[in-house]
Design a binder for this molecule. Structure first.
Ligand code: AP5
Ligand code: MG
Length: 214
């Protein structure tokens, strides 16, 4: 099963993608996590991405598209995957569609996690992230078992550099300009599913699995 997660920054794409990946036994591929791992590792790709990410801007398509297409060519992707944070622009979506067509494959679902802007800024200030394994928590809505420590890998949790309110606002503007048009794109492809992302996170997951099947 091949799935795309769509939604504003902070809508819960990462939270739901992790749960989908676990339930269906497919890899969770987050372009944001790949960039953050590269920043942490001090790679050239990381340096390049950081300059854009800290401003709330998108990393250019010429960097992002090749990186993602390489990732989905790896051996663990043969049974499908859940993409979180890609595509984010129409050229990214078109490149993905074309690459899949060339392999005689297609995407199965694009799940749009719908949350209004007003709810986003509050969520982001309470988010804590694990830069080692990509797990995401919230100090109120999804707290780790022990404060400040990742349940999955035991690393220290951090507030992401781009979760400052002014940067979140910028990311929302970029989302509406460049990423929201993908909702129509995947509606036209006939694979769009929209879920109400304002519900409690296990309720959101139930709505998603009702579509994906057991
Ligand atoms: P990325 O890491 O993808 O960030 P984003 O899209 O801004 O999304 P977030 O990770 O902030 O939010 P999310 O939807 O995953 O929400 P989460 O589950 O954490 O990208 C970062 C940057 O990298 C971009 O700005 C860009 O610069 C660059 N980049 C990445 N991909 C790119 C691409 N393809 N092209 C170009 N540039 C790219 O949830 C948020 C919080 O809410 C958490 O605390 C969570 O616990 C909580 N929460 C989740 N669900 C609920 C719920 N139902 N109720 C209450 N709280 C909830
Ligand atoms: Mg995320």
């Amino acid at each position: 099963m091949k799935i795309i997660m769509l939604g504003a920054p902070g809508a819960g794409k990462g939270t739901q993608a992790k749960k989908i990946a676990e339930k269906y036994g497919i890899p969770h591929i987050s372009t944001g996590d790949i960039f953050r791992a590269n920043i942490k590792g001090g790679t050239e790709l990381g340096m390049k991405a950081k300059a854009y990410m800290d401003q709330g801007q998108l990393v250019p398509d010429d960097v992002t598209i090749g990186m993602l297409l390489d990732r989905i060519s790896e051996a663990d992707c043969t049974g499908g995957y859940v993409l979180d944070g890609f595509p984010r622009t129409i050229p990214q979506a078109e490149s993905l569609t074309e690459a899949l067509n060339q392999r005689g494959e297609k995407m199965d679902y694009a799940i749009n996690v719908d949350v209004p802007d007003e709810a986003i800024v509050t969520r982001m200030s309470g988010r804590r992230a694990c830069l080692s394994c990509g797990a995401t928590y919230h100090v109120v809505y999804n707290a780790p078992k022990s404060e400040g420590i990742c349940d999955a890998c035991g690393e220290a949790l951090v507030l992401r550099d781009d979760d400052k309110p002014e940067t979140v606002q910028k990311r929302l503007t970029v989302y509406h300009d460049q990423t929201q048009p993908l909702i129509n794109y995947y509606q036209n492809e006939g694979i769009l599913v929209t879920v109400d992302g304002t519900k409690e996170l296990n309720e959101v997951f139930k709505d998603i699995t009702a579509v994906l099947g057991a």
